[in-house]
Design a protein around this ligand. Structure first.
Ligand SMILES: [Zn+2]
Length: 169
């Protein structure tokens, strides 16, 4: 800590204690250059993660709300319920690293990236809400993209399909 008197950057802490309200650590320091004493306060900095919506409105990031949104998309589908919670945790953790402010679109895309391989129907449900499909054409374009992907999947394996055996008729 730079000395406020002589600007020298070398000191020793002579006393350290919690402040009266407990929110800070108060340190008494002695400058090793000029010998004068000064006080510093150390506080915990908590920057809440905020979500920047397309409308320009900011709101606090809400993991529970995210989990609800995902749960709605997978409702009635063969998706394990803990997969929703895991996905919400993963995205919340990732979002923290992107903060302190993250666009809602980025969160939507993070969900979509995870839903797509999990379940196409859930993916389309979520996409129609988050991407804000304006018309049927947008939706159809997304379906075409999905079909391309599933086509890639089925043609991906390098090893040829096993030939049907003589008994397979
Ligand atoms: Zn000094």
């Amino acid at each position: 800590m730079r000395c406020p008197y002589c600007r020298e950057d070398s000191d020793k802490v002579v006393d350290s204690r919690a402040s009266v309200d407990g929110d800070a650590i108060r340190r008494r320091r002695e400058c090793l250059a000029c010998g004068r004493r000064f006080t510093t306060y150390e506080r915990c900095e908590v920057i809440p993660l905020t979500v920047l919506k397309r409308s320009g409105v900011e709101e606090p990031f809400d993991r529970a709300k995210l989990a609800r949104g995902i749960a709605q998309s997978v409702a009635g589908r063969a998706v394990a319920s803990d997969a929703v919670e895991r996905m919400a945790d993963e995205i919340a953790e990732w979002a923290e690293t992107q903060g302190p402010r993250i666009p809602s679109d980025a969160i939507g895309v993070a969900v979509l990236e995870r839903l797509r391989p999990l379940d196409p129907v859930s993916y389309l449900r979520f996409a129609s809400v988050y991407k804000g499909f304006d018309d049927l054409a947008d939706f159809e374009a997304e379906v075409v993209e999905l079909q391309k992907l599933s086509l890639q999947k089925t043609t991906a394996p390098k090893s040829p399909e096993p030939e049907p055996g003589p008994g397979d008729r």
